[in-house]
Design a protein around this ligand. Structure first.
Ligand code: AMP
Ligand code: MG
Length: 415
């Protein structure tokens, strides 16, 4: 038996609730406030680092909303029903001038000629040579898009923290903005540990397994605002310590997978401390995922995930995702609930995370249990698309109960 380190003894005594661990994970992180300037063409999915003030109004000038004729009809007892057509403006032309007592041919999007106050739709006129006969039903001011009616120059059109999607790109493009200040991507290093691990595509010796957590965590966390680097180590305390010492200099979040317990092959907690890290949370009253740790490693946030794939994934969803949002300066995602279709009981000493499949039935979000149980089962997880959080206080879940769910994919809000 290896000697018990004093720290191991300490670890065994401290167990925090799932809710306390969620708060602790977010409290570890502080917004990074680092920015990059990117061309608009590469801005999709990125987060605005500063508010956008409109450099110009939209529309930028009074323009026709229809193909037709620009005329002046206000302030007179009426307008002659037949007018000579004296000018023409199509979209892209500089604004023309409406000669008094005439009509000016105009196309949708074209600048309204000075002196005009109304556009009459071409469907409501009769054109004869250079003359146009207007219909009787003239509405002063009709069919004009006024300068600034959509966006006023100088107004804040997008707030800091906004994720740039297609509609934001439309707005920025219309305003003529070609470069945007965005939050610099987070740098996450995932260090998968385990002497049993081999990479896919290499021969698998007896007793070994392929590494699924490394690729899984990279896929779960990586995105337009998160760069993930994955490294794999065997259960070698010195090598893990050295790697952590190096990684802490460059990563914003350091994640380890496996080796978090106090078994003979479990060296990660000790390696974090030897690498100069501090652990605030070392055990969480949850299933799966009890041997889990958070803390700081230099300026980086550290999260030590358990090795079983469901435990690693669920803890990444519950703790690492919210942490990344804080670092990226984003508000936490609103919690979602769903209605259970199954019963479940557990002891009040832990929170259970259950893989479920979500469906929408008559407008309500419904959670269906995926099985069989076992945090090592990857197939069960592959059939699910969310986890249900069964709080410790809720010892019996009846069908119809409404509980919090964490969707695997939060594409509407993902950074
Ligand atoms: P540990 O947390 O090291 O005790 O590992 C718990 C279980 O997870 C063991 O069955 C490991 O073989 C498995 N495991 C650890 N790391 C990985 C990984 N990267 N991919 C797949 N399974 C893993
Ligand atoms: Mg292990």
């Amino acid at each position: 038996m290896p000697a018990l380190l004093p720290d191991c003894y300490h670890f065994e005594r401290v167990m925090v609730s799932f809710e306390a661990a969620r708060l602790a994970a977010m409290a570890l992180a502080t917004p990074l406030d680092l920015r990059d300037d990117v061309p608009l063409a590469h801005a999709r999915g990125r987060i605005l680092a500063a508010p956008i003030e409109a450099p110009r109004s939209l529309p930028p000038f009074d323009q026709a909303a229809m193909d037709g004729y620009a005329v002046h009809i206000a302030g007179k007892g009426g307008v002659p029903s037949v007018l000579p057509v004296t000018g023409r403006t199509i979209a892209g032309d500089p604004p023309g001038v409406l000669a008094p007592g005439t009509a000016h041919r105009i196309m949708t999007g074209a600048a309204l000629p000075s002196g005009a106050d109304t556009v009459v739709m071409q469907e409501h006129v009769t054109r004869r040579g250079d003359l146009v006969q207007l219909g009787l039903d003239l509405k002063p001011g009709a069919h004009i898009r006024r300068a600034g009616e959509d966006v006023t120059q100088g107004s804040v059109v997008l707030d800091r923290g906004r994720i740039i999607g297609w509609k934001e790109i439309a707005l920025l493009g219309a305003l003529g903005i070609d470069t945007v200040a965005v939050v610099r991507p987070l740098r996450i290093t995932v260090l998968t540990t385990g002497s049993e691990l081999h990479a896919a595509g290499t021969p698998l010796p007896p007793g070994a397994i392929y590494d699924s957590n490394g690729p899984m965590l990279a896929a779960l966390l990586a995105g337009p605002n998160i760069d993930v680097v994955s490294l794999t180590f065997s259960d070698d305390p010195a090598a893990i310590t050295r790697a952590l010492q190096e990684i802490k200099e460059t990563a914003d979040i350091v994640i380890t997978s496996a080796g978090m317990s106090v078994g003979e092959g479990d060296h990660v907690r000790d390696a974090v401390l030897r690498a100069g890290g501090e652990l605030d949370v070392v055990k969480v009253a949850m299933k799966p995922g009890k041997p889990l740790a958070f803390g700081k490693l230099g300026n980086a946030c550290f999260v030590g995930l358990p090795g079983n794939p469901q435990a690693a994934a669920f803890a990444a969803l519950a703790f690492v995702r919210p942490m990344t949002r804080v670092l990226l300066g984003q508000a936490p995602v609103d919690r979602m609930t769903a209605e259970m279709t199954f019963t479940f009981t557990h002891k009040p000493d832990r929170t259970d995370l259950l893989p479920v499949r979500l469906s929408v039935e008559r407008g309500r979000l419904i959670a269906h249990r995926c099985g069989p149980d076992g945090s090592h089962r990857i197939m069960t997880m592959a059939c699910a698309d969310a986890i249900v959080i069964v709080p410790n206080a809720q010892t019996a879940v009846e069908a119809g109960a409404v509980l919090e769910v964490l969707p695997f994919d939060q594409s509407h809000s993902d950074a």
